[in-house]
Structures are given as C-alpha cells and as structure tokens.
Ligand binder design. Structure first.
Ligand code: PLP
Length: 369
C-alpha cells in the first residue's frame, strides 16, 4: 500500500546522527536501568526476578500486572480495557487498521504526529485536516470543528497534550469535542503520549477513554516515563473496541517483549516519582526557553502548558527546512522544521533534555539568526 513519506521521522533519520546539540528530541532525558532501579528501589529482588524469567512469549495482550498498572493511569478503566502494543506508534497504527476503511471520512486536528492523517489517507479514506492556530492559543475552534466534522465523520484524531505546540485541551473543551463527535457517532482517537506531563495542576488531565464511550486513548512508556527504549505502548478503550482491535492485532503483534512488560510494570507502579522527576526537568527547560524567547525579538512563543515541546514562530526570510538545514550545517544545532509538521514559518524545540546543551544551543541560535 502506498503511503506518503513520514516527514518528521525522515528528518530525524537524516540529521540526528550529526547533531552536536539536539533540540529536536521530544523525550525527557531517558532513564538508564540503574536509574530506574534507584527510583523503584529493591534492585536485588528485581534482578533476581529478571534473571529467573523464562523468555517465552509471555501474556499475549500484556501481563495482568502491566494491564492493572496501565489502567491505574485512567479514572474509569480496568485491565479488560487495555491492550499493549509496539509503542504509541504501533497503537495508533492498530487503531487505524481496525476502524478506518476506504471512503470513510476522517477529521485530523493538525499539527500532530503524521500517522493521524497519512495512514487513513493511505487506506483511501477522505481525510480533512483541521488546522490549529497560534492566535487561538493552538486550541481547536469548536464552531469551525463542528462544521468540518458534519454528520458523516467516522473518526476524529487529536493529540493531547499536543506535539508540537504544547497546548493542553481544557476538560470543558474536550467535553465539547465529544459532543461534536456524538452527533455523527464518530470515534475519537486521542494520542495521549504526553498525558502525565501537564506543567501545572494534575499532570494527568482527562483522558478521552474516560469521557467518551467511543473514545480511544493511545499512549506509551516513551515520554511520560522516559523509557522509549522499551518500545512499549498501549490502547485503552471500551471492551467492544478493544476486542475489534485485538482481532487485527493477532496479525502483527503476538505479544510484547517479556522484559519490556516487566520494566514497564515496575515504572508505572512508581509513576508518582517518575512523573515528579520529569516535570521538574521540563519546568527547568521551559524557563530556559522562555527566558531566551523574551530577549529575542525574532522569536514568538505561545507558552506550552504540557509535554516537552514548543512551536516557535520566527522572523526570517528562510523557510523552516532551509533554516534548520543551514543552522545545523553551520553550527551543529538541530531543530525540527515546522514544514515537517505541515506548518512552515515555525520550528519545534524540545526542552526536556540536557539543560547545559539547551542553553548553549539557544545562544548559538541567537547569534546565528
Ligand atoms: C504524538 C506522538 N505520538 C506517538 C509517538 C510515538 O511514540 P512511541 O515512542 O511510543 O512509539 C510520538 C513520538 O514522538 C509522538 O510524539
């Protein structure tokens, strides 16, 4: 099946290996296994469990322990509402495979992760891209969304908290989106891979699975738990939807790695400590970024409220791909061009990683601009 190039992933493949300062990354600094054990405690017991673990297929849809841990991240879910996947990327793909057919109408709120419009397009769905706007604080304009969804939409896709803008949809707006979806009996797929990283108040805002019967939440260990190397994600939805998804899943997953399942369970059972660590890091990085933007007249930022990235407008004649290419070639600073997320004139900056590098790279960028 033909599918468009995945622009963000291609940019990473091409430029990340030569980056001296990587401001394109979206993870909070990853944890080593040792660091994970420092957080969870009881390293000796964990090592013994790992060394005694038989490397069989394990539980097909995820161990009971893992599914219990994952369901604790939601308000009204239990283990039968969960199936585990190859990262959030595998989760999103499986949802599309299970729900979208040729000729269906899909509304995708952009900018977002490209899976949410390119995969349904590749199936022959009629995909409408609904663009968020900086002047609306990157939040969906409900009146316009209602018009575009209409009566015949099968699926609405969104990403909350949003990559790249860092916008968090307030609960009352999420409820209004649900009302719009209900009118056409549409599913909502909400990619919640950054849910758990709200900068203020409860780090976990409402999940679509908790507020809508046809809401499907996808997420993973990559961002909130700093364990992208586990390649473990999940889908959370009502049991009927999970059954439909598992029917497709038989063809591409069998089970996740048994050690990935073990580490993920351990990490989620210690979610409060890991989330606290990560939010502290994000707030430090965000301050560095906002202080830099304040004194830089050519840079305009709507303050991100969740996640690890900001979407920055810049004043320059260069389009975003040219800018990022020349910047990296001349200085080693890697930033992601907005064009790879369908919005030229913007740059995505990740600020959850190494702060010394972030400071230095932003200084270099200012001089270069
Ligand atoms: C919004 C969004 N969804 C999904 C993914 C894929 O995440 P995972 O590492 O869990 O496959 C990413 C990765 O950057 C992302 O930003």
């Amino acid at each position: 099946m033909r599918i468009e190039n995945f622009k963000v992933e291609e940019w990473f493949n091409k430029y990340e290996k030569d980056a001296v300062y990587d401001l394109a990354d979206t993870c909070v600094e990853s944890l080593s296994i040792n660091e994970l054990f420092e957080i969870t405690g009881n390293k000796e017991k964990s090592l013994e469990e790992i060394f005694n673990q038989k490397l069989n297929y394990g539980a097909i849809h995820g161990s009971q322990r893992l599914k219990n841990a994952i369901s604790s991240l939601y308000k009204n879910q239990n283990s039968e509402n969960i199936t585990v996947t190859h990262g959030a990327i595998g989760a999103n793909h499986l949802v599309m495979l299970s729900i979208v057919e040729f000729g269906d109408k899909v509304v995708s709120i952009v900018p977002t992760y490209q899976q949410h419009y390119s995969i349904p397009k590749s199936f022959g769905a009629n995909v409408e891209m609904f663009f968020l706007k900086e002047e609306e604080n990157w939040l969906p304009n409900l009146e316009n969304l209602e018009k575009i969804v209409g009566k015949d939409t099968k699926l609405i896709c969104l990403n909350n908290p949003n990559n790249p803008t860092g916008a968090v949809i307030p609960d009352e707006i999420l409820e209004k989106i649900v009302e719009i979806a209900k009118k056409s009996n549409a599913y909502i797929l909400c990619d919640e891979v950054y849910r758990g990283l709200n900068h203020e108040g409860n780090p976990f805002s409402a999940s679509i699975a908790d507020v809508y019967d046809k809401g499907i939440s996808t997420s993973s260990m990559s961002k909130v738990f700093s364990l992208a190397g586990l390649r473990l994600g999940w889908i959370c939805a009502n049991k009927k939807i999970i059954d439909i998804i598992n029917h497709q899943r038989e063809y591409n997953t069998i089970s996740m790695g048994i050690l990935d399942d073990y580490f993920a369970s351990l990490a989620i059972e210690n979610k409060d400590k890991i989330v606290k660590r990560n939010i502290e890091k994000i707030l430090t990085g965000k301050k560095i970024l906002l202080d830099w933007a304040k004194i830089n007249k050519k840079i305009h930022i709507i303050e991100p409220k969740g996640g690890t990235t900001a979407f920055v407008r810049y004043d320059s004649e260069l389009n975003s791909k040219q800018l990022c290419k020349e910047l990296q070639q001349q200085t080693g600073v890697m930033i992601l061009p907005g064009e790879t997320m369908e919005l030229d004139g913007y740059l995505r900056i990740g600020y959850g990683n190494n702060f010394e590098q972030l400071k230095k790279a932003l200084e270099i960028f200012t001089q270069w601009l």
